[in-house]
Design a protein around this ligand. Structure first.
Ligand code: HPA
Length: 272
């Protein structure tokens, strides 16, 4: 279990490298790292150099923080994140969000690659996350509560900021980018789902399935941060018509959707 001291050490390390205030943090999902090419005057910090950070083990996850400007705003991008299935506790994988908040950042954009369970979706679609159902079977807040960070029993009635959901939809419309809206339901992974599991996840109200994001969103809400979530639908996860899936296909589709993804996120940052 990470302590307040661990959070402060990591954030002091980053503050020593980048002294200005940072407006927005963006967590980039699998295959979505292209956004970092649009960060001006980038300063790169490898996760492995930040005290207390775990090491990213997934292919396609670069594992570094990039701080710089997009549309004149200071942003911090996390290129690569930590996952539950890598063997870390949810407390450990959400440590970077604790550090981000400690840096004074209140606005968070969290992105991921996900399977589309809503039959109206198509692979390559972008989905604004309107809400989630935590079916990971765990919570990052289990264990000692640090009251300085947030309450024992955090409210989740507005886990995804309503204002940001409408902002994202408005920006998408202005940029002529088609977006979907839906509910994200994350499993622990690392297996993709069986047809019966997908039938269940759809039945309980999920539109997209993935293996990330929700732990970070819970921790961000614990600390009263404002969150926007965006999924890139990399494959259709339909119980009755399920094609074999592998990580390469997920990465390929994410890469194909990356241009509109980057355009949308940059547009949102501009107005956040
Ligand atoms: N299931 C779970 N996680 C995923 C998927 C999926 O179909 N696609 C991308 N991440």
């Amino acid at each position: 279990m990470k302590s307040i001291k661990d959070i402060e050490s990591a954030s002091l390390y980053i503050k020593d490298i980048f002294k200005d205030n940072i407006d927005i943090a963006v967590v980039l999902g699998s295959g979505l790292g292209k956004l970092v090419e649009f960060i001006e005057e980038p300063i790169k910090i490898k996760y492995s150099n930040i005290p207390g950070f775990p090491k990213s083990t997934v292919k396609g996850h670069a594992g570094e923080m990039i701080i710089g400007k997009i549309n004149g705003k200071n942003i911090l991008a996390m290129n690569g994140r930590f996952h539950y299935y890598e063997g870390y506790s949810l407390n450990t994988i959400t440590f970077p969000i604790r550090v981000i908040k400690n840096l004074g950042i209140e606005k968070l954009i969290i992105t991921n690659a996900a399977g589309g369970m809503n039959p109206n979706f198509e692979a390559g679609d972008l989905m604004i996350i309107n809400d989630h159902i935590n079916v990971m079977g765990d919570s990052p807040l289990i264990g000692k509560n640090y009251d300085e960070l947030g309450p024992r029993f955090p409210d989740m009635s507005k886990a995804y900021c309503k204002e940001y959901i409408s902002l994202a939809n408005t920006v998408a419309e202005e940029l002529n980018i088609k977006v979907r809206n839906g509910i994200y339901a994350p499993v622990s992974g690392p297996t993709y789902e069986t047809p019966a599991e997908l039938r269940y996840l759809r039945l309980i109200g999920g539109d997209a399935v993935g293996m990330s994001t929700v732990p970070e969103v819970i921790v961000a809400n614990h600390m009263s941060m404002k969150v926007l979530g965006i999924s890139v639908i990399t494959d259709m996860a339909l119980a009755d018509n399920l094609e074999p899936l592998d990580h390469t296909r997920v990465m390929e589709t994410a890469n194909k959707a990356t241009d509109k993804f980057v355009k949308l996120v940059a547009g949102i940052i501009n107005k956040m």
